[in-house]
Structure formats: structure tokens, C-alpha cells
Write a protein that binds this ligand. Sequence first.
Ligand code: ADP
Ligand code: MG
Length: 327
Amino acid sequence: MIRQVSIILIFCSCVIAIGQQPYKQTMKLMGSRFDITVVAKDSIEANLHILLAVNEIKRIEKLISSWDTNSETSLINKNAGVSPIQVSQELYQLIERSIKISELTDGAFDISYASIDKIWQFNGSMQRLPNVKEIKQSVAKVGYKNIVLNKAESTIFLKQKGMKIGFGAIGKGYAADKAKELLISKGVVSGIVNASGDMNTWGRQPNGEEWKVAITNPLNKNKAFALLPITNGAVVTSGNYEKFVLFDGKKYSHIIDPRTGYPSKGIISVTVFAPKSELADALATSVFVMGKEVGLNRINQLPNIECVIVDDLGKVSTSKNIKINTL
Ligand code: ADP
Ligand code: MG
């Protein structure tokens, strides 16, 4: 939702390759806006391919949804503190990778953040700030170390009653990766899956140029501040300029530090570049929580990962291997 405005896809110039054209469709999936672009010889071929991608994303939504009471994820949550639940290899591995990201970020990223959700609401329903005690209580059930994995049995067990996992900060990135993978396997030479700003590209535009993405200036949404070429990789922007609550003129963002229960502060936008959108998605959220210094430091230690941070004073900082030409 946030990201659909934060990244605008730019088709740079006119299409010159004969027969091949980009076709784009926009739809609502996983509660968010998705834009899928495929390069194809005609609209019939393009529609067929886009439909395949849509079905793949719906399949993933069924697996990871916390709303669908019959999803594997809901079953795990319902059985928190009760019993381990056998899950598909796909979900098992997604949880395993999520925990690795928690380790990499010292718990800034944590899929068990989900039990906090009830005290912070970003739909206009919050009447007052939660008090210190409520906030402390809200994180009592958070802790990726209490997610017990059993590889041999393919089971997941949440140790404490009331614990919950949720894929809000990684699910769309994962879905974009899987849709891209499927389209490549079907012979689609070039395209973009944009899951509300979790952007995954491959190939080039039919005119031979790289796909280019513009990062919106979070302080002025109508103005892009950088235009960046992406050939085969992902770029994800996470911002707190849309989903937040205001109390006494202070903004409280939707990204919560799972270690304290407080919304993250100091950063208004994080863009992460990575080979896969799953990791880029998770890291964009993590950098928010870690803050500018720790976040940049961590990103600088990871190969093939870069980031651009805009802080709440409008200052732009980048990781060491990225140069952005401000527009
Ligand atoms: P969005 O998809 O809203 O653009 P993000 O990818 O940053 O933004 O994900 C934010 C969502 O992730 C929140 O709405 C919440 O569901 C979940 N979340 C919030 N904080 C964390 C965290 N520290 N670790 C994991 N998930 C989180
Ligand atoms: Mg994220």
C-alpha cells in the first residue's frame, strides 16, 4: 500500500523491438496493489502469463495468510503453547529463512512481532497512546527464539500461548520472487512484478534498455529524487509516511521494534536493493527498526545488498557501493 506510491515505474523510451512489447496489469492481491508487467508478442500471450503469476500469488497468500483461519500459518498460531504443527516444506523453509534474518538483524526483524499488532492500530481506531505497561506486556510474547523448528518432522511450534507469527514484512517480497520465478520458467524473457513497491525485475525493456525505477522523495510524494536502473534484481521501498498514527503532533509508524514494542523512529523511508525481493522486503523493515547507523553498518556487511535511507530531517544516506544521482 505504502510502496505503490513510493516507487514509480518508468518506461524509459518507446518500444522499438518488433513484436515484443511490455504489457501491464494492475490488480489487488494479498490486500495490496500489484502491478505485473510482462514482455510478450501480443496481449493474448501476455494475459496468459499474467494469469499464471496471479494464481501463484493467490496460492502463496493462502499459505501465509493470518486472516484465513484455515491457512497453515493460522494453524500454527492457534496451536501456540499447545502442540507442534506439521507444515509444507515451502512454509517451513520460509519460516527458517525468516529466523535467519532475525539472527542477522539481532531481532529487529521478527515474524513473531504479530502478537503486538493488537495495541497499535493504523486504521484510525486508536484513541490514545498505549501506556508503558501495556507496551511492555505487548512484547512479552514476541521472540523468534521461541519458534521451535523440527526439520525431520517438518513441524513448527510456538512455545508460548498467545504467540503469533505473521509475514507482513516479508510475504509480498516472497510472492514477488515466486511469481518472477514462475514466469521465467514459462519462458517470459523480461518483466516486472511490483507488489506494492516490492519490485522484482528481470531482462530488459524491448528496446534493450534496462528497466528503471524512480524512488519517490518521501517528503514530497510527487517528486522522485532518484532514477535507478535495475536489470535483474529486486528493489523494495518501505516508508512510514502513509501508515502511522498521530498523538500530540508526534508520528508513530507502523513498523514496530519487536524488542521494545515502540514504533521505530528517525527514518522515513528505506529502499533496499538485493538479488531477491524477499530479503529486500525483510531488510527494508529491519533497517527502519535498527536505525540509520546500525542499519547502514549491517547492510554494508552483506554482499550484493545496498540501501538508501531518508531520515526524518530529509537527509539521504546510502550504503557504500551505491551512488544515486538526485533528480
Ligand atoms: P509495508 O508492506 O506496509 O509497506 P513493510 O514491508 O515494512 O511495509 O512491513 C510492515 C509490516 O510488517 C507491518 O504492517 C507489520 O505487519 C509487520 N511488521 C512490523 N514490524 C515488524 C518487525 N519488526 N518484524 C517483522 N514484521 C514486522
Ligand atoms: Mg518489509
